[in-house]
Design a protein around this ligand. Structure first.
Ligand code: BG6
Length: 468
């Protein structure tokens, strides 16, 4: 269990009435409390919605299994909600007065985390207003009390808007105060990718186009859009998952060795490889019934499924396709990276292996690294069978890996930016997505199916046999 991280924190959630607050932020702050990582704190929620602290907490409670009453009570006592229009100066003045009063009442030192859980078009204006009203100050790394700002994905809506937000942030804050969240980077196994790649020498000579035939990265979801129609219909799968989670995993798999295994060097290399990445082909789908979801345009062309082939134009990866696939309303939840190695020349006189080796990095449901190799079937003859060498995270380290948002908030409190995304990475990722033509109607697919029927033809053409 981690020691107490910081004894005095004010969390200010801008956009507190939304989905993220109830699903992830409040449950994560609960987990921080439960794991004794925080002690004296306040959570100040602000949004335009007519709601109450009780209503927000009641919704959040459903996302905290096995709630302990005494811990929950601490959270209830520390949470307050303030209705605020983020475009009205007087509301900022009121909010600021509330923050000061609450910090005084609770004896908090004024270390503030502003969490932007709003639509991205509000990022720049709110950032600006926080500065104008003196609520969030530019400060250096060692200065206290500190202010940190956390921006939730999607960061902008395209390359231009992301760039404009980054420019506004830079006018107000030092980059070391800025935490851009792509929560897959907070997952334990994703955090293992660079470490395992670069601390095990045998991977080094193999990790290139000479030995790797293709890479598949996917996030399949069983759930649909879960009442998030307004947000989802504006973004769709490309902006909701591909631009961030999938491209970040691609960058971790494909980047060159960083100078050191530390955040800044890793971010340098991720940015470089994203700059060289290009979309070659795309297939988009939409689950049947999507257009009837709440707050979705009845003639919407928003995709809820995407399969993509990408290429990376550098010496290491030239000629190796990177396949990405993700969708809502698929048969089951699964997130994994499959590295397919080239097939070795068969020296057997018969029964040659039908497939090559795979390294699967499984994020969900099983967390771990699984290397599929060919072995001999017991018996006298050389008969081959694929077997798996496992690093099963749960079996080795127990079932409770820290949930991504708890891990990310822990890092924000520590001031550690390693798994947060830098401005240039985000901008390169937008450029990759920006080149996709998504003007045509996506192919329909039945909820619970593997995606549109057209996927089969597309996959045959692209020469991909999906593993997930
Ligand atoms: C979020 C997306 O970033 O990631 C959601 O907005 C998606 O639409 C979610 O469901 C998937 O994350 P996880 O951790 O549940 O796989």
């Amino acid at each position: 269990m981690d020691a107490l991280l910081h004894d005095s924190i004010t969390f200010i959630i801008m956009g507190a009435s939304g989905d993220l607050t109830k699903r992830k932020l409040i449950p994560s702050i609960y987990a921080l409390l439960h794991h004794k990582k925080i002690k004296s704190f306040a959570i100040i929620g602000a949004a335009l919605t007519d709601t109450t602290a009780e209503e927000i907490l009641e919704k959040a409670a459903g996302f905290i299994p096995d709630k302990k009453p005494e811990i929950w009570q601490q959270l209830v006592d520390s949470f307050s909600y303030h209705k605020a229009d983020f475009y009205r100066d007087s509301d900022y003045q009121n909010l600021h007065e509330q923050i000061i009063a609450i910090e005084k009442e609770k004896g908090l030192a004024g270390n503030r985390i502003f969490y932007f859980a709003t639509m991205p078009e509000h990022f720049a204006p709110i950032t600006n207003k926080l500065a104008i009203h003196g609520m969030a100050k530019r400060n250096g790394h060692k200065q206290t009390p500190w202010t940190r700002v956390v921006y939730e994905k999607p960061f902008g809506n395209n390359f231009q808007s992301a760039q404009a937000i980054n420019e506004q942030i830079a006018r107000v804050f030092h980059e070391e105060q800025v935490f851009r969240i792509i929560h897959y980077l907070g997952k334990e196994i994703v955090g293992n990718i660079a470490l395992i790649r670069f601390t095990n020498l045998f991977f080094q000579p193999l990790w290139n186009n000479q030995y790797i035939e293709s890479v598949e990265i996917g996030i399949n979801e069983k759930i649909g859009i879960e009442g998030r129609g307004e947000y989802y219909d504006r973004n769709g799968i490309l902006k909701d998952v591909v631009q961030n989670h999938l491209l970040q995993m691609l960058a971790l798999v494909a980047m060159e060795p960083p100078e050191k295994l530390i955040g800044e060097s890793i971010r340098d290399e991720k940015a470089k490889v994203l700059k060289k990445t290009k979309v070659e082909s795309v297939l988009l789908g939409q689950y049947e019934g999507y257009k009837e979801e709440n707050c979705v345009n009845p003639v919407s062309k928003t995709a809820t499924f995407a399969a993509l082939k990408l290429s990376i134009d550098n010496d290491r990866w030239r000629g190796v396709p990177f396949f990405l696939k993700t969708g809502k309303s698929l048969p089951k939840k699964e997130a994994a990276i499959h590295i397919k190695f080239r097939q070795s020349t068969c020296l057997l006189t018969e029964n040659c292996p039908v497939d090559s080796n795979y390294l699967t990095i499984s994020i969900e449901p099983d967390e771990g690294f699984f290397l599929e190799i060919n072995a001999k079937k017991p018996g006298l003859n050389y008969a081959i069978t694929p077997v798996t060498m496992n690093f099963c995270h749960k079996s080795l380290f127990g079932p409770n890996t820290t949930e991504a948002y708890e891990a990310l908030l822990t890092d924000v409190i520590r001031g550690d930016q390693s798994v947060f995304v830098r401005a240039d990475e985000i901008e390169h990722a937008w450029k990759i997505i920006g080149n996709i033509d998504n003007s045509s109607v996506p192919y329909p697919y039945a909820p619970g199916s593997q995606g549109p029927q057209e996927l089969q033809v597309w996959s045959d053409k692209m020469k991909i046999r999906w593993r997930s």
